[in-house]
Design a protein around this ligand. Sequence first.
Ligand code: SAM
Length: 287
Amino acid sequence: MSERWLETLHDAYGQTFTVDKIYFESKTEHQHLMIFDNAMFGRVMVLDGVVQTTEKDEFIYHEMLTHVPLLAHGAAKRVLIIGGGDGGMLREVCRHSTVEHVTQVEIDQAVIDMCREYLPNHSNGAFDDPRVNIVIEDGIKFVTETDEKFDVIISDCTDPIGPGEVLFTSTFYDGCQHCLNAGGILVAQNGVVFMQPDEVSTTTRRLGSVFDDTTFYSAAIPTYIGGIMTFAWGSDNPAYRQLDLETLRQRYQQANLQTRYYNPEIHQAAFALPQYVLNIIQQAETR
Ligand code: SAM
């Protein structure tokens, strides 16, 4: 009988996985990293007791956090990824032949190293793409100090605990605004709203004071338990969110992406939010 691993993200509720084989488990310079095999989800990567990604359902998260901003923007050449050490986001960004440069700022080299070795399908060679520049640094330091400019920024960070906490601050969002080109878009992982509603209200307030057009879009990823995960959206161009379906369809066709979750209809539908989420946003805006 395999041992079971219990996720400790929530005190009163959690998911367990059978651990069929442990590939790696150690304290890195920044966090506790574990990669193990599970009969249902394949290889699972965990940081500080929280599921980060699994082979089986990672495509949903990585496709939605990449193709929504890139196809909405329509002409992004320079992309910045904060976090994303497993390489799944980088793989999806590199599938856009129109992207000329990607900088990825990851705080923990060990995550990249171990994921390249034990989750090779996540990056699928993207770390060796000539357009890619990997920077091992705290994301908040990079965005507040760099003089580089980007068209799309994707914050693919852990939850706001430990090293990821700073990536949910006003200083971080100000820094992102500072290194976005005119017409740039910031998207960020923003938690499973039913379980972490405060992340939506906090980000609403903080992002709202930095960008003219802020909202959330969503997708349900099975191993981010508790329902839909929200993705924060910030830009100064509301027109991106008014794009008609035909335009999205043309851009999707042109990009030739062969996705497994993303499609233009889901792109549009993802911005439709349940009433309880809209209520959280409205309450945060009026406080
Ligand atoms: N999909 C996951 C989620 O939604 O929680 C995120 C996955 S990805 C592995 C998270 C990455 O963020 C990790 O590689 C972690 O090392 C990195 N990270 C955490 N804090 C960071 C920071 N301050 N600067 C840069 N990278 C950071």
